[in-house]
Design a protein around this ligand. Sequence first.
Ligand SMILES: C[S@@+](CC[C@H](N)C(=O)[O-])C[C@H]1O[C@@H](n2cnc3c(N)ncnc32)[C@H](O)[C@@H]1O
Length: 222
Amino acid sequence: MQIQDLEQKSQQGGTQRVDNYHLDELKIALDPNDPRHILPPRLPQAQKVLDVGCGAGQSLIAAYPDRVSFGIDIDLDALKTAKSFSSRIALANAVAEALPFRNHQFDFVFARVALPYTRILTALKEIRRVLKPEGSVWLALHPFQVPWRHARHSNLKGKLWFAYIFLNSLAFHLFQRQFPLKGKQESFQTERGMRRALERCGFTGIRFARGKHFVVTAQVRK
Ligand SMILES: C[S@@+](CC[C@H](N)C(=O)[O-])C[C@H]1O[C@@H](n2cnc3c(N)ncnc32)[C@H](O)[C@@H]1O
């Protein structure tokens, strides 16, 4: 489906409506010149790919249009939008901490800014479980600056939420522990915290990229 068709849908009412947030995210995913654009790498067509916290599936649509791919998300509305964007994504309403797949199914699992909202250690164990022995992972994370930038311009409630994020992130950095607040989870990540978590979950070849985006890649340890 073309972006123009989707824009037309977004201007319609009723069940056909495509929400503007996800449409904008899809445009970013399809536009390599957009400064917010960041996608996982191209892969041979035969590789089976899972997107954890896929939202409306924009990364899968932009990066892997050549195959049927897989996406899970906790947000049912986002998945409904994904379904209207593409019929080539197998979608499941599930959490990263309990992936609805058998062991060793995927060649590649990625999560584009979804891990900051999960219990990271549990999610990484699940990702490791569903990866094939030669599989690899690509994770776009939140550095400190992301929640801080948001908190600086927010009201007292936003600043208190940032205080929670800060303590939760520190607990993960130091002790690999995290705590939910009001049933939700949020943190920013550090290289030390992520390296220790990935090693504990059976990953090796851990590499960080810190340019415009904070990305970590790793392979399953044999
Ligand atoms: C910032 S959005 C990123 C969405 C998409 N990956 C992208 O790059 O645009 C974070 C996504 O993670 C999902 N999410 C949050 N907690 C989750 C969890 N525990 N399990 C699975 N998905 C989760 C949210 O519903 C949301 O779609």
